[in-house]
Design a protein around this ligand. Structure first.
Ligand SMILES: Nc1ncnc2c1ncn2[C@@H]1O[C@H](COP(=O)(O)OP(=O)(O)O)[C@@H](O)[C@H]1O
Ligand SMILES: C=C(OP(=O)(O)O)C(=O)O
Ligand SMILES: [Ca+2]
Ligand SMILES: [Mn+2]
Length: 669
């Protein structure tokens, strides 16, 4: 029979005489005792183990983080009860600070907080929450419970949290964390509110065309309390303390309090990550986000028109998110804050990508969502400074963020290798569809949304420039994804034209990034980011004009949209051609090309661009139906003219001549 290890040769089955009588010999286990069979298993002798139980074995697995990483939570054996001698002072400070952030406005007390995961067996330090002798009427159950704080967890820890507790979290075949953002898969601009107080009433852009829909301070506090109460009711909250802006002089300290590991990992990737030393000395944040995620606002609250509300209070330096889990709200909410704070310091905030050539030539890529900022600023031959949000100061450019947020729909390894390779361990992959077994992502699948996204730290792009700063830009590239197919793939702009197109901010909004947009549609968004600007567009335009003039930067308009017909009949310009066009801008060869001027828009188009078929450079040549082309061109020109009407009564900067030139730089018909 198989299994007893004896060779059964002929049916006879016999033990050795001794074994049969006395059963098996005893094995000696005493220390130092000689093995009963010294000649075998010689090198199986291991040094003595230093654990007695399974729990002890497990406790050995996790080494304590270095003393410079004091703010780690679960698993660190600390003290129970009030903080004792082994609690690092900075950790206690952190808890005090978070408790202050999460304090109820009405009960005037911070919640009781503990570091670490609530399921962790190891007891960790907590802050005793301050006043103890409250009148009995003020004592509530929420005041008696502890909330666990998961402060600046590492990506690995956040993966574990997400996979254990957040439905829809999976590791993909390349190691990314696939997540679902829930009902909202894009931003909700109609649900954005900005507190109008005395200061902001005077400073901000309000009224027609403005993204700033007002709310009063009192209503903000109602929503803030709602978010804070929700967060405090949870067993645990995630807290990220990070930075915005790579320019050290103009850095902002931000705190993000959220309910999901997904949100914490997203912001870990998208904001600038502090070093352990910086984290230890973080102090009080300059701006705080309370992200209550799926927890809705109360529709009976004044100003609320849906169950989603994204509220910014510049005076309190706080933002509240209720009723949406789309992580992009946090990133773009902070961008709005920068659009307010930076111009006060004479720094221009830009909705643009930015990269730098080997010789130090910097290019900006402006454009609305889906026009190619991320794709075209991620360029294997150049250093990536950032893909979406920048500042332009007296000294040059700086990225506001520490990561990139790339669209993933139809992502292909051959076309965008750097973005493809960045989707690995640590990257958040939102709303993608993958094979249930292999976990291979199908980037063409739009079942959840068109707006599938990857958020990764900028250093995941091999030629990213760290720190993400650079000298003054040489080229300012305006990207428009023209769904009408009438704008040339490339045109050179004079300063007035650059300003005209910057203020117009034209594109065909590609489906998905904003809720409810299912088809490309022509749209105008001042400064290529009206949803995020806080001041009147002419304020940013004046700063851009001044900076471009001072630095002698050249403006370009690049159509990354349709050619040979409108959306539906023509086709999108090949990414490979757009890249050739961009190469020619960077190399300087386009500056020396010969140009001709187009009708109506008066755009200068080159006769030739290396690597691009010449018959697409002049849009009419690519259209089969020339009459249809003329009609469409006029239609778009009218849309431009109508849109610009609201700006005709505004002066741009102090230069009266420039204002006149800008007004004249639009289409003529
Ligand atoms: N000719 C083109 N130029 C730029 N992007 C293109 C082009 N054709 C297709 N695309 C696709 O359009 C999308 C641009 O998105 P992205 O770069 O993320 O835009 P943004 O950063 O401006 O929001 C990408 O999915 C890219 O692959
Ligand atoms: C995340 C966004 O930015 P973009 O589409 O420009 O990458 C957004 O607009 O929500
Ligand atoms: Ca953007
Ligand atoms: Mn982008």
């Amino acid at each position: 029979m198989a299994g007893n290890g004896n060779e059964n040769t002929g049916g006879d089955f016999s033990f050795s005489a001794a074994a049969a009588r006395d059963a098996l010999p005893r094995i000696t286990t005493e220390k130092g005792a000689k093995s009963p069979t010294p000649s075998v298993c010689q090198d199986d002798t291991a040094p003595p183990v230093n654990f007695q139980t399974i729990d002890e074995l497990h406790s050995l697995q996790k080494k304590r983080s270095a003393p410079t990483t004091p703010l780690r939570g679960g698993g660190v054996a600390g003290v129970t009860g009030t903080s004792g001698p082994t609690t690092p002072v900075s950790a206690e400070n952190m808890l005090q600070s978070v408790s202050a952030s999460l304090a109820s406005l009405t009960r005037e007390t911070g919640p009781k907080l503990i570091r670490g995961d609530p399921t962790s067996l190891a007891k960790v330090a907590h802050v005793p929450h301050t006043p103890t002798s409250l009148p009995a009427a003020d004592v509530s159950d929420s005041g008696l419970k502890f909330t666990h704080v998961l402060h600046n967890l590492s990506p690995a820890e956040l993966y574990e949290q997400a996979i254990k507790y957040e439905k829809g979290s999976f590791v993909t075949s390349t190691g990314a964390l696939a997540t679902l953002s829930g009902a909202k898969t894009g931003r909700s601009p109609k649900d954005k509110r900005v507190v109008k107080d005395e200061t902001t009433a005077a400073e901000l852009w309000w009224g027609k065309g403005s993204p700033n829909i007002e709310m009063d301070e009192q209503t903000f506090l109602v929503n803030r309390e709602r978010a804070v109460d929700y967060l405090n009711s949870l067993d645990k909250v995630f807290v990220n303390d990070q930075y915005l802006n790579w320019d050290p002089e103009n850095r902002l300290k931000v705190r993000i309090v959220s309910a999901r590991a997904y949100h914490s990992l997203f912001m870990h990737n998208m904001c600038i990550r502090p070093t352990p030393e910086e984290l230890e000395n973080f102090g009080t944040p300059d701006f705080t986000i309370y992200n209550a995620g799926k927890f809705p606002c109360n529709r009976f609250t004044h100003y609320m028109t849906s169950s989603t509300s994204v509220d910014i209070n510049l005076g309190r330096r706080e933002m509240v998110i209720l009723g949406t889990q789309y992580a992009g709200e946090m990133k773009k909410g902070l961008f709005g804050v920068m659009h307010y704070l930076m111009p006060k310091r004479k720094i221009l905030s830009l909705h643009s990508g930015c990269n730098m050539g080997k010789s130090g030539d910097v290019a900006l890529f402006f454009g609305l969502s889906g026009t190619g900022k991320t794709t075209l600023s991620t360029d294997h031959n150049r250093y990536l400074i950032g893909d979406d949000e920048h500042c332009w100061s007296e000294t040059g450019v700086s990225n506001i963020e520490g990561g990139c947020y790339a669209k993933c729909i139809d992502l292909a390894r051959e076309k965008e290798p750097d973005i493809w390779n960045a989707i690995k361990f640590g990257t958040v992959l939102e709303n993608v569809v993958f094979d249930e077994h292999t976990r291979e992502v199908d980037y063409s699948d739009k079942s959840v949304t068109e707006n599938t996204r990857a958020a990764y730290p900028i250093e995941y792009i091999p030629n990213s420039k760290i720190p993400c700063v650079g000298p003054h830009p040489k080229n300012v590239i305006l990207l428009a994804c023209d769904a009408f197919g009438v704008l040339p793939p490339i045109s050179k702009l004079n300063l007035a034209q650059t300003m005209y197109h910057f203020i117009s901010g034209y594109t065909a909004l590609v489906a998905g990034t904003e809720e409810g947009v299912k088809e490309p549609r022509a749209t105008f968004s001042a400064c290529f980011g009206a949803a995020f600007i806080m001041l009147h567009p002419t304020k940013y335009a004046a700063m851009l004009a001044e900076k471009m003039q001072a630095q002698g930067a050249t403006g370009w308009l690049v159509n990354t949209g349709w050619s040979g017909g409108s959306y539906g009949s023509g086709s999108r310009i090949k990414l490979a051609y757009t890249r050739k066009i961009i190469d020619a801008i960077h190399s300087g060869s386009l500056l020396n090309a010969t140009y001709r001027k187009t009708d109506i828009f008066g755009l200068e188009i080159p006769n030739e661009v290396e690597g691009v078929p010449s018959d697409i450079l002049e849009p009419i040549n690519a259209w089969a139906d020339k009459d249809a082309y003329q009609d469409t061109l006029l239609k778009l020109a009218r849309l431009f003219r109508n849109n610009f009407e609201t700006f005709t009564n505004h002066k741009i900067g102090d230069d009266g001549n420039l204002t006149e030139e800008i007004l004249a730089a639009g289409p003529n018909f």
